[in-house]
Ligand binder design. Structure first.
Ligand code: SF4
Ligand code: SF4
Length: 73
């Protein structure tokens, strides 16, 4: 079972952190990468806000760059 729940509520929180991130794919509807897996068009790593994100903090996950590397499992 994934550590981060794939919910609309978590997606909305995610967008506060991923959307302003320089590494964000800018593909409409993409996000919550820690639960849904990597972007369909990952960018080069230019910083990651996941460490500040309450979705991550509530989970057992402590990673970064889920949009590039894939979901927290
Ligand atoms: S997963 Fe991390 S690197 Fe990717 S867009 Fe979100 S905050 Fe940025
Ligand atoms: S940990 Fe990163 S990918 Fe996961 S919800 Fe937070 S900002 Fe989005």
């Amino acid at each position: 079972m994934p550590k981060v729940e794939n919910t609309q509520e978590n997606f909305n929180i995610c967008m506060e952190y991923c959307k302003p991130c320089l590494t964000y794919s800018d593909i409409e509807g993409e996000g919550l990468f820690c639960a849904r897996g990597k972007s369909s068009a990952p960018k080069a790593k230019k910083g990651c806000n996941c460490g500040f994100c309450p979705v991550q903090q509530k989970s057992g996950c402590r990673g970064t760059y889920y949009c590039v590397e894939g979901a927290c499992e």
